[in-house]
Design a protein around this ligand. Structure first.
Ligand SMILES: Cc1cc2nc3c(=O)[nH]c(=O)nc-3n(C[C@H](O)[C@H](O)[C@H](O)COP(=O)(O)OP(=O)(O)OC[C@H]3O[C@@H](n4cnc5c(N)ncnc54)[C@H](O)[C@@H]3O)c2cc1C
Length: 287
């Protein structure tokens, strides 16, 4: 039976630490519970949103007038099969990276430090340092919300691009299979550790954030444009453009979603006026 929590603060479930209450908040622990949750929301004609670890979402201060379904407790297992590594959607990507590196499985090490779930990472085609989820994904088991059915979607059935997975709309990722390529443990460890150090050096990890707020525009970097526009340190309320990395808008402790949104607007219009480039948010703004 599903456990429904009413008026759950979303600030507790997002890395931004902002967001008002979800009218209903549900954390299914089995696939059946997830399916039951969606059927329940549909039967009540409630709108719903799926979240993983909430590291790329921005909910409003007013909260969400529907059901927020978190997959953070769902399918928290990793299986090491002969040809594939299989991970449930609720496994942390960082946990999966650690697992792969310690087993000498190559291809995951550059994803170190991305604080999302496996489900969220596949859906976002998360990536860093020249590697994206699509490069290691074989296929995923999904719950198709429209068909009310569970099916396997192969990598080649989707069109993956920068932070986009066309073909996974209206589908909840339950688990994913990844390539199992042999690597040298020591070498993989070194790459992973170097990347973690680079992240620590370049990113304001001491503050709550959603990582990079804007997508990389073609041929340039959002961070460079924001910095050139003189916006480092620009603040509204409890949020500011990080001085360390201009593409991070950080929560200094008491930020509201409206502060972050106002900064997003200001950054977009300032950069547009100066460079004629409209920055597109990478963070999912959920109104
Ligand atoms: C400090 C920091 C650094 C970051 N660095 C990077 C980086 O280097 N590269 C990068 O790509 N991202 C980065 N991110 C952003 C974020 O971690 C990734 O986008 C991550 O993949 C999001 O996963 P999540 O589980 O938190 O998803 P959420 O934020 O919870 O959700 C994001 C989207 O995925 C959907 N979703 C979540 N789970 C599922 C599921 N099981 N099935 C279907 N849809 C689902 C949601 O509906 C939503 O649309 C960073 C974030 C932070 C805070």
């Amino acid at each position: 039976m599903i456990r429904i929590i009413e008026n759950e603060p979303l600030s507790k479930h997002t890395t931004y630490r902002v967001g008002g209450p979800a009218k209903y908040f549900i954390m299914p622990v089995t696939n059946d519970e997830l399916i039951e949750t969606i059927s329940w929301a549909k039967s009540k004609k409630l709108s719903y949103e799926i979240i993983g670890f909430g590291s790329n979402v921005l909910f409003m201060d007013e909260g969400f007038e529907g059901v927020v379904v978190s997959t953070a407790l769902l399918n928290r297992w990793i299986l090491d099969k002969k040809e594939f590594l299989v991970a449930g959607c609720g496994v942390g990507l960082m946990e999966l990276v650690e697992f792969a590196v310690h087993k000498g499985i190559a291809g995951f090490e550059k994803l170190a430090g991305i604080p999302g779930s496996v489900g969220g990472a596949v859906k976002m085609n998360a990536g860093a340092f020249g590697i994206e989820m699509k490069d290691i994904l074989v296929d995923c088991l999904v719950y198709d919300i429209d068909k009310n059915d569970v099916e396997v979607i192969k990598n080649e059935d989707c069109v993956f691009s920068y932070r986009k997975a066309k073909g996974l709309e209206n589908k909840i990722i339950l688990s994913a299979r990844f390539l199992r390529k042999r690597g040298e443990i020591k070498e993989l460890e070194k790459i992973k550790n170097d990347i973690l150090v680079r992240r620590e050096d370049k990113q304001p990890l001491e503050f709550a954030s959603c990582g990079s707020v804007f997508k990389r525009p073609t041929g340039d970097y959002a961070g460079r444009l924001i910095e050139e526009a003189g916006l480092k340190g620009f603040s509204i309320g409890g949020a500011k453009v990080s001085e360390k990395h201009a593409n991070f808008i950080v929560n200094c402790g008491d930020a509201k979603s409206k502060d972050i949104l106002a900064i997003i607007d200001h950054v977009q219009s300032t950069v547009y006026k100066k460079f004629g480039i409209l920055l597109e948010p990478e963070v999912k703004i959920i109104k």
